[in-house]
Design a protein around this ligand. Structure first.
Ligand code: AMP
Length: 287
């Protein structure tokens, strides 16, 4: 199977955790496709688009070259490739930091002290740019993986690697010297996108799912005298919906609330005198 000429091409990672996250997100956004065996292509039903399965680190370059129109990849890889692409949206997953790391007991305290040292990394361009800004030219050892063991192997004095929880660093007796940047999974678009109307439609669909994942719907009843205070606690995405109740001293409020804030907000509303406070998940939305 190959691409249909006019169909929008979406590149997603062919394997790994990001492949699963991207597939799940696309399916939830109604972009249904089925990958057969190890096929590199899959047709999306009901929208003129096709999925192609690629190496995550090739996606920025293939998108800037126009081989694909949209791509799901890490913003760290977009920066490393210095790809000429538009970041259409952050996908709310894969958050990590790129950091310069040294042995736990190293006496190096700032990046300028790395001058002339050997640094192992899969991010040579980003590392070079950062250290040039700190006037610390270094010898870069470019690798594709297992960077964290390179100090104990005697290959490098420091490493530059992605850090999520920090447990890989701790297991290798390393500490963060400094952070180069913060990154996450993004949707990118080619400057030569062959169908911007379909691309926009896909972006809107994905936005619906990504925003819904971040928010819950909170509903509660509150004395009308406390409504202004309640609205200040739950201002909603745009503004809360307020409905009158039979008992005119009370009203019902409905507002979107960031999931991560839901518990303290429920507590504040309860202290204010709100009753029947209910949280409901949102699967999808258009705002
Ligand atoms: P952690 O032990 O949780 O700090 O994870 C660090 C390891 O996971 C490193 O080897 C990274 O290369 C990898 N890693 C963490 N976050 C990401 C990410 N968002 N994308 C790709 N690799 C990652």
């Amino acid at each position: 199977m190959s691409f249909a000429v006019n169909h929008l091409r979406i590149g997603i990672p062919s394997k790994g955790r990001l492949s699963e996250l991207a597939t799940e997100l696309l399916l939830q956004a109604g972009l249904n496709f089925r990958r057969q065996d190890r096929s590199l292509f899959a047709r999306v039903s009901s929208i003129p688009a096709e999925i192609t399965f690629l190496r995550t680190d090739d996606i920025p370059t293939l998108c800037s070259e126009g081989a694909i129109d949209l791509g799901i990849t890490g913003s760290d890889l977009v920066e490393e490739a210095q790809a000429d692409v538009v970041v259409r949206m952050k996908l709310g997953v894969g958050r990590c930091r790129l950091a310069i790391c040294v042995p736990t007991h190293s006496d190096i305290e700032k990046p300028s002290q790395l001058k002339g040292k050997r640094i192992a990394t899969s991010f040579p361009n980003t590392t070079q740019r950062f250290l040039n800004q700190h006037d610390a030219p270094v010898h870069l050892v470019k690798l594709n993986g297992s960077v964290e063991v390179m100090i104990s192997l005697g290959v490098a004095d420091a490493i530059v690697d992605l850090v999520e929880t920090g447990s890989t660093l701790a297991a290798n007796q390393l500490r963060i010297l400094t952070e180069i940047g913060q990154y996450e999974t993004v949707l990118i678009q080619s400057p030569n996108c062959r169908d911007t109307v379909t691309a926009d439609r896909i972006v809107r669909r994905l936005e619906g799912v990504v925003i819904a994942r971040d928010y819950s719907l909170l509903e509660y009843n509150v004395p009308r005298s406390k409504l202004a205070a309640a609205e200040a606690i739950t201002p909603g995405f745009t503004s809360p919906t307020v409905t009158s109740l039979e008992d005119t001293a009370w009203c019902a409020v409905r507002a979107m609330v960031k999931r991560c804030d839901i518990i303290p907000i429920m507590e504040k509303l309860e202290s204010l005198g709100a009753l029947a406070i209910l949280e409901t998940s949102i699967n999808n939305c258009r705002l």
